[in-house]
Structures are given as C-alpha cells and as structure tokens.
Design a protein around this ligand. Structure first.
Ligand SMILES: *[C@@H]1O[C@H](CO)[C@@H](O)[C@H](O)[C@H]1NC(C)=O
Ligand SMILES: *[C@@H]1O[C@H](CO)[C@@H](O)[C@H](O)[C@H]1NC(C)=O
Ligand SMILES: *[C@@H]1O[C@H](CO)[C@@H](O)[C@H](O)[C@H]1NC(C)=O
Ligand SMILES: *[C@@H]1O[C@H](CO)[C@@H](O)[C@H](O)[C@H]1NC(C)=O
Ligand SMILES: *[C@@H]1O[C@H](CO)[C@@H](O)[C@H](O)[C@H]1NC(C)=O
Ligand SMILES: *[C@@H]1O[C@H](CO)[C@@H](O)[C@H](O)[C@H]1NC(C)=O
Ligand SMILES: *[C@@H]1O[C@H](CO)[C@@H](O)[C@H](O)[C@H]1NC(C)=O
Length: 898
C-alpha cells in the first residue's frame, strides 16, 4: 500500500507506438529491459481459428520441459511431414514477419482453400533486464508493460528452471487505443547483473486477420506481429489514460449525449473514485454514476453524467475527482478534457456527430449520427454497421461512405470495438442501445425536437463486410424491429468464410462431443435464421470480384431466403468486377430508391405472409416476428422453430419444434382461436396483449403466466451483462495470487476486445448488493466459487484433485490440470448470470481461463470440463460438456460425459 496524498498525479497517457519501444530513460538510475533480435521459430502447424483457446499456445512444446532445438515435429503442411526450428533476426520488434517459404502453400490451398493457410507457430526470444548502474538507494523494479499486436498469446518465463506459464493475450486484431498488459516478471531480477528470461509468442495466421496472400501479390502467408516491451514510466499511483477517455461532441454548445468517461489506471494500490465535480461557473453539472474501484494494474473508464443548464462554448472541460484508498483521500484536478464544438447542421452542411450514452447502465460509449437534410415527422433511422477492424471513432472512412439521407438519421454504432463480437451479443446490444440513445438525446433538447425519432422506432439496417453479416444477423434475430435490410459484401457465418476442415481437435474428438461444442456456434449461423426474414424487404449487394468475402456468400443467402419464400421481397445486386469495397456500394440510385421507399411507406400496413416460420437458438438474444416470440426451448442447444399458418380470419395453426414456451402479442398479430400442435386454445377477448403458452407435456399446450426467458445456451451469455462484469477473487491475494492475475487478465481482455467494464471484488464482498447487483459475475477459482455455493445448487464442484458432480450425472474426475467452467443463474438478479471457473490445480485454472469467451466463435457451451490432453489435442481434451435445459436443469440429450 502506498503513502498517498502527494504522490498522485495525473498525466496524459503514454501513447504506445506500434513500433518497438525500449526504455527511454537513463540506464544510470533506472531499470531497463531489452528483447533480443534473435528469434527461434517453430512451425507451421495446421490449426483452425479459435482452437488457440483449447490447444497450448506453445503447442507442440511442453514448456515445463527443456527445449531440444534439434528435434523435429510432425506437420502435415511440410514436405516430408516434419518441421523443425529455424532462427531469424529481426531488426525491429515492431515488425516480426513470420513465414514459412519452404511450404508448398499453393499446392495445399489448391485442394483445401483458405483453410490450409490457417496455421500456428511458436516464437521464442530472450528478454534481458538490467539493473540501474547507479541505483539510488534501492530502486524497485518497475512494472513491465508488454504490447503484442497480431499475436494470440505471450508468456515470460525464467531462463533456467521451468515453471507453469501464465499466458497473456495479445491484441490479435491490432485494435486502436489498446493499452499494454502489465506483466509481472516470473522471478525477481538480479540487483547487480543482467537477468535473462525467455519470451514465447503464439503466432497464429488467420485469414480473417491477415487476408489472402494473393491480394498482397504473394503466395506465402506472412504473419506480421509487433511487440513492444518497456518498464512503466508512470509517475504517480493513479495515471490518466487519455486514449480511453469518452467525450461527446457539443452541437450549438449543447452536449450530444449525457455520458463522459475518464480513463484512469492504477499503477499502485487499489483506488476508488468517489466523487467528481466541475467549476460551478461552466453551466455543466457532472455526477459520478457509481463509485468506481480500480484494482492495481487495472484501467477503468470512470462514468460521469453530464447535465447542462445553459450553453457551454469552451473547448475543454476541467474537472476534479476524489480518489480514496483505505483511509487516504485525495482530490485530483484533471485539466482540459478536450471537447469538440460543432455548429448545427443545415440542409447543405453537416458533419458526423459523436454522441455518447451509458451502455449497460454505466459504460460511457460513443456512437456517430448523421443528421438528415430536413426536419419533419419522425422517420425510421438507418443503422449502419461497419466492417471488421473499422474504427468509427477516430477514422472517418465509414461515416464518409454513407450518402446522407433527406429524412432519416444514420446511426453508426461502434459495436463496442472495431471487431466487437461480430455484431453478436454485446455488439448487438450496443447497436440497439445507440439507436435508443439518439432517440433520447433528440427528445431532451427543444432545439432538436423537429428532428426527433419515435420511441422504440424500427430501423433500416445496412452494413458492409462483417457489418453486412451483422445486418443479416440483427435483421433476422429482431425482424419486428427491422423494416428492411441492405447487407453488402456479407459472409454467411464464420465456418463458411474460412472452413474448419483443418481443425486439429477434430482429429481426436468424439464427433458427438464436437457437435455439443458446436451448438455454441448455432446462434451465429445466419443461414439457419433466414426463415425470419421472409417478410422483410432485402437488398443484398456484393462486388462480383470480392477478394475478401467471396461473392458466393450473398448469392447463397439470397437463394436460401427464396427457398423459404419464393415470393420474398429480396433483390440481389451484384456489381461485376468490383472488389470488396468500392465507393458506390451504397452510394447508388438503387440503394437510395430502396431506402426512400421504406421511409415513404412507414408505418407499413402490409399484412404478414399467411405462413411463416420463426427460428431461434438463444431466446434471450432474439426478438419477435409478427408478434410471435420464442421464450424457452425444450432442449436448448437444438434449434427451436415455430411455424404459424393463418387458417381463417381469426384462427391460426401453430406447429412447434423443440419449444417449451412461446408468446404472441395480439396487438401485433390478431387471433382468437389457435391450434397449437395437438391442442386447441381459445383466447378470450379480455386477454389482449401478450399471451404466453407453455408445453405441459410434449406438444400439449396451455396458456400460462410463465414468461421467464431462457438465459442459458452458451458461455458467451456472460458477456451480455447489464452492468460492469464483477470478477470475484479470494480475499487473501497473498495466498491466491493466481486468481488475481486471472482477474486482471480477464479485465484487460474484456476492456480491449469489447470495451466492457469490470469490477474486481473479494469473496467477502460477495452478496454486498453494491457490488453484486451490478452485472454478471465471474467467480475465479475454487475459493471464490465456494462463497457462492452455500445457498446454491451447483452442478459440479472442484475439491482437491477431483471434479465432483453434485447433481450432474458425470463420474468424478480425478487428476492434474483439470479445469471446469460453467454458466449459472445470478445469485441476486433474475435476468443476469454468472460463470464459475474451478480446477484441480493452478494449471487447470490457467486452462479454463483461456476458454473464457473473449473472442467470437469460441465453442464453449454452458458447461465444460477440460484436462491436460487439450494441450496437444485441443477440444479432444474435453472431458465433459453440455448445454443446460430450460431453467438451468440437466439436459441429458445435450450433455456429453466421459
Ligand atoms: C534486490 O533488492 C531488493 C531491495 O533491497 C530486494 O527486496 C530484492 O530481493 C533484491 N533482489 C534479489 C534478486 O536479490
Ligand atoms: C462531491 O464534490 C462536490 C464539490 O466539491 C461537493 O459539493 C459534494 O458534496 C461532493 N459529494 C460527495 C458525495 O462527497
Ligand atoms: C455519392 O456519389 C455522388 C456522385 O455520384 C457524389 O457527389 C457524392 O459525394 C457521393 N456521396 C458519398 C457519401 O460518397
Ligand atoms: C420490396 O421492398 C422495396 C422497399 O420497400 C420496395 O421498394 C419494393 O416495391 C418491394 N417489392 C415488392 C415486390 O413488394
Ligand atoms: C382483431 O380483429 C377483430 C375482428 O376482426 C377486431 O374487432 C379487433 O379490433 C382486432 N383487434 C386488433 C388489435 O386489431
Ligand atoms: C401464475 O398463475 C398461477 C395459477 O393461476 C398463480 O398461482 C401464480 O401466482 C401466477 N404467477 C404469477 C407470476 O402471476
Ligand atoms: C509437461 O511436462 C511436465 C514435466 O515433464 C509433466 O509433468 C506434464 O504432465 C507435462 N504436461 C502435459 C500436458 O503433458
């Protein structure tokens, strides 16, 4: 803990350049670190995307054993079937180019396509720490900050004497404004001589990230990894990380939003921001949304609500924050939070406006809005979803590509980050919430009222590339909120984009277990949900020569839609010869006419088709179709379908497949008699509104007041939190340092990949409503989990070297390196959830921590047990996995036990 008061200063954060940064201050008085230019490289090994989370990042090496640099390893990519180490010198750590020119890539891809370019490699180099030449008394070793771009994981180990590696994730997408990871050295460096460590990187070539080498005029896939390692030169206990700040634009001196956020990092100690204020003369009032605790090493964005009583014309906001740590309290002045002042838009002049709102109640979040030319009665806005890697906050590309509309607003959500979750989960929530935020902002200021939008307004959705995929996704999961959709250069689903054919796991795993794991991809499989778009106008667009997303994807999606409804209003526009992006993708008369027609006919009175089918995989992440909604499945993990056929004016016939509960809103879909499977149900007139149906036994239905939505389905549900995700660690971090380390890594990764806020709390604080009522919970390790198991029925428990079933009919599992993670109901809120990570030892906890679903498409269902075989066999090392039944019950058909 530290002496405070005078030691806290706030600085603009250091901007980390992507190039190598060595320690810049003088080696006379401070510690320095360098990474050798010499690298050893082992690879390539076939590996499908997202196997990295199961297989050891050092595959095929076991880092607990000495490395034999002369050894050869099997790899089906190499001539002769074996590969060995090679050495490379890199002048610039910012540019580690890894390639394997001896592999006949063209021959592999001739039969396997892009799948054959996906590969894994291990990189090793030496990291050297030098003590100060003239230490002033004893200069403590500062924190090491490591930034890895476009690599999946890294670890630092002592040179001699191996120990269990702790893997840290890299910023594999090289997303903007990312902060480095703070990495403790595995052993203390010597005070009087240089200390050498090994640094290992897992390098994984993924088509989605690195592209087709042919587009760069080469045959050989090249990984372009960048590494920077330096000692933290922050001066003070809490430092400002200005790259993380969130500020809205002001339009005619009024804030376009109510949220600002201040990026703060705690260098030393645990700190809580308890108050915030600004000078009374400014006309702004700032209120802290909630006390914000920042754990040592953590960065959080302090959520501040902005309210305004009169115009504010300055270029900066000055504010004061109160920080407390234990008994000490200090007030820090933050000067000059820059504000962009815009003048109001006109018919001929406008610029994209940066709005803000609080995502999940307290996470300050940016979106962009493009105003229409003319004021008038509310018209449906256009939700415009960007492609993967497109940063809408600092780059103008996407906003500039959209042709301004005369009557409709464009809303440009970030989707949390440039990649987000591929517009699923939190990214979808962010898209709708950004739209709702614009509605609120326009309604709150009389000047903007002529431009206002309807509450819960439906939208037109368009998107390009990953955003085109997202447009299919959002439209088909929320069909009643979407008037029309324009997916451009869209891929259908990730497994069709780059096939999983060279999966390593698949060589070892029981195909039935694999299918249980892959149920967690089902909710993202856009093709299966096109049934939900049979009554939605669609204009699909694709460049005929797209080098990034193959053009067949759009043709196929359109064909599927027509199979469900030959009369579907779907138009396919193929622009011959065009590539992935071209300036007329959306800027053409066909798109303009399509949008203008939708706007002109709003609100539409078109009747639903007489027959349609609603398909749902995760009810909590799916809306209604013509008022019909699937609320719970009978066997979650399998697809649920509801077929509606209008039999006469007021009678409808329903066929269900795998449904437990569904509902209909009779103000949207008017009925009085309904035949559901084998049951006839009469709806009395006084029952107008939403009517719920429940299966009392298979295919026997009655109306019901049971409306509880099924919240489980896959591990990724943990990310759809309604507040900061609460990471629970044991009280005693001296005895359990690994749990704190896992919490920090998860906090860092959620911040980096999804801009999701986390709060780290201790077990003894569990059940303190101030903390637990916030959002979903992750209990890290057996001790932290135990505090939640007293009153709760949990399916499994890790005790000593065993994983014991509580009610799950799985045999006890005994052994080292076994990890367990499962999704569970939230202890305090009915619509939240929690995850418990448990293990038989430290290595097992590392194993399941890597399976926490940070990236899209990691196939982890509701529960999973995994052991040491995973290091070499990927998901082949899974010892049990499954999806819960509705209401968190055991689901025998969707469970695989060993
Ligand atoms: C270096 O000196 C510090 C302070 O005296 C001490 O705590 C630390 O253990 C020393 N490091 C080693 C490797 O001996
Ligand atoms: C926060 O700071 C303001 C301004 O200094 C002060 O008026 C207010 O009472 C403080 N609120 C709390 C809860 O300390
Ligand atoms: C759309 O194209 C027209 C010319 O056809 C051009 O004047 C206009 O600037 C373009 N708009 C955008 C947003 O690119
Ligand atoms: C399809 O929808 C578009 C957009 O609303 C509309 O312009 C067009 O007339 C519709 N076509 C048919 C056949 O209904
Ligand atoms: C439903 O249909 C009946 C009979 O056609 C009609 O009287 C009633 O107003 C309708 N209700 C709604 C909500 O459309
Ligand atoms: C649902 O209906 C049952 C039986 O009619 C009743 O006992 C129960 O209180 C109702 N529950 C709710 C939440 O309305
Ligand atoms: C790695 O090597 C150590 C030491 O030989 C051994 O104890 C451990 O079981 C090995 N790990 C795996 C996953 O094989």
């Amino acid at each position: 803990m530290l002496p405070l008061s005078q030691t806290v200063f706030c600085f603009a954060s250091m901007m980390l350049a992507y190039a190598a940064i060595q320690n810049t201050f003088s080696s006379e008085s401070s510690w320095t670190v360098e990474v050798s230019k010499h690298w050893d490289v082992l690879g390539p090994f076939p590996m499908q995307a997202r196997e990295q989370q199961f297989i050891s990042p050092s595959f095929p090496l076991n880092l607990s054993e000495p490395i034999d640099f002369a050894k050869t390893w099997p790899s089906s990519y190499a001539d002769g079937g074996r590969v060995t180490w090679s050495s490379v010198n890199f002048e610039d750590l910012g540019d580690l180019e890894i390639s394997f020119p001896d592999i006949r890539w063209e021959s592999l891809r001739a039969t396997e396509g892009w799948a054959a370019l996906q590969h894994h490699a291990v990189l090793r180099s030496t990291l050297t720490v030098h003590p100060p030449i003239n230490p002033s008394k004893s200069t403590p070793v500062p924190h090491l900050l490591v930034q890895l771009l476009q690599g999946s994981y890294f670890t630092i180990l002592p040179k001699n004497g191996r120990r269990e590696p702790r893997w840290y994730s890299g910023n594999i997408y090289a997303m903007e404004r990312s902060l480095p990871q703070e990495v403790p050295l595995p052993t203390l460096p010597s005070n009087d001589s240089a200390t050498h460590y090994d640094i290992f990187i897992s390098g994984d070539y993924e088509i989605r990230l690195f592209g087709d080498p042919h587009t760069q005029d080469r045959e050989i896939p090249v990984q372009s990894i960048s590494l920077s390692v330096k000692f933290d030169d922050a001066f003070g206990s809490v430092v400002r990380e200005a790259t993380q700040d969130i500020v809205c634009d002001f339009v005619d001196n009024f804030a376009f939003g109510d949220a600002i956020g201040l990026g703060l990092r705690s260098v030393d100690g645990w700190w809580t921001v308890t108050n915030v204020s600004t000078g009374a003369s400014s006309g702004l009032t700032l209120t802290l949304i909630r006390p914000t605790r920042i754990a040592e090493g953590q960065t959080r964005i302090v959520p501040i609500r902005i309210t305004q009583t009169r115009p504010f014309s300055q270029a900066f906001i000055d504010l004061k924050i109160t920080l407390t740590s234990g008994a000490s309290e200090t007030i820090v002045t933050i000067e000059s939070l820059p504000v962009k002042q815009l003048s109001g838009w006109t018919e001929s002049v406008y610029s994209p406006i940066k709005g803000t709102y609080f995502y999940a109640r307290s996470m300050p979040t940016i979106f962009l809005a493009l105003p229409p030319r003319y004021a008038g009665p509310p018209k449906p806005p256009i939700l415009a979803l960007h492609g993967a890697g497109v940063d809408v906050v600092d780059q103008s590309f996407w906003a500039d590509a959209l042709p301004r509309n005369s009557h409709s607003w464009f809303v440009i959500p970030t989707g949390r980050s440039p990649w987000g979750l591929d517009w699923h989960g939190p990214s979808t929530k962010d898209a709708w919430a950004s739209l709702d935020a614009l509605v609120t902002i326009l309604a709150a200021n009389t000047v903007w009222l002529p431009w206002k939008l309807d509450l819960n307004t439906p939208a037109i959705v368009l998107g390009h590339s990953n955003g085109g995929q997202g447009a299919w996704y959002i439209a088909s999961r929320y069909p009643d909120r979407v008037l029309g959709v324009i997916p451009a250069a869209a891929y259908i689903k990730s497994q069709s984009y780059v096939p999983l054919t060279l999966s390593r796991s698949a060589r070892f795993i029981d195909p039935i277990l694999l299918s249980v794991l892959e149920t967690s991809l089902t909710p993202d499989n856009n093709d299966l949900f096109l049934t939900n778009l049979v009554d939605t106008p669609v204009l699909a667009i694709h460049g005929g020569n797209d080098e990034n997303v193959p053009v067949w994807h759009s043709r196929e999606a359109v064909g599927i839609l027509e199979t469900w409804n030959p009369a579907a209003n779907v138009t396919y526009r193929e622009d011959p010869g065009e590539g992935h992006w071209y300036s007329t993708v959306f800027n053409n008369t066909q798109v303009a006419a399509f949008i203008d027609d939708l706007i002109a006919s709003y609100p539409s009175t078109t009747a639903p088709s007489s027959k349609f089918t609603l398909s749902v995989s995760v009810p909590a992440e799916s809306g209604s179709l013509h008022g019909w909604r699937i609320v719970a499945l009978s066997i979650p993990g399998r697809l649920g379908r509801l077929r509606v056929e209008r039999a006469s004016d007021l009678a409808v016939r329903i066929h269900t497949s795998n449904l437990q509960r569904f509902s209909v809103d009779t103000t949207v879909y008017n009925i009085s008699t309904i035949y559901v499977d084998n049951s006839k149900v009469h709806i009395s007139k006084d029952k107008a509104g939403t009517i719920h149906f429940e299966a009392v036994e298979q295919k026997v239905w009655k109306t019901s007041n049971h409306s509880e939505i099924q919240l489980s389905g896959r591990m990724q549900a943990i990310l759809s939190s309604d507040g900061p995700i609460v990471l629970v660690i044991p009280d005693d971090t001296e005895t359990y340092p690994q749990e704190l380390s896992v919490a920090r890594r998860i906090a860092h990764d959620l911040g980096l990949y999804h801009r999701l806020d986390t709060e780290i709390i201790r077990s003894s604080e569990a059940f303190d409503p101030d903390f637990l009522s916030q959002g979903n919970i992750v209990a890290i390790g057996n001790e932290a989990s135990a505090s939640f198991m007293q009153n709760k029925r949990v399916p499994f428990e890790a005790k000593g070297s065993q994983i014991l079933p509580c009610y799950a009919p799985q045999q006890p599992l005994d052994g080292p390196e076994i990890g367990l993670l499962f999704l569970h109901s939230h202890p305090m809120t009915a619509d939240g959830n929690m995850v418990m990570l448990q293990s038989t030892d430290a290595a097992g906890l590392e194993r399941v921590a890597r399976l926490f679903p940070i990236r899209t498409g990691i196939p982890v269902p509701d529960w999973l047990i995994v052991g040491p075989l995973a290091d070499t066999q990927g998901a082949g090392g899974v010892m049990g996995a499954g999806v819960w039944g509705s209401d968190w019950s055991w689901n025998e058909p969707m469970s695989w036990t060993s």
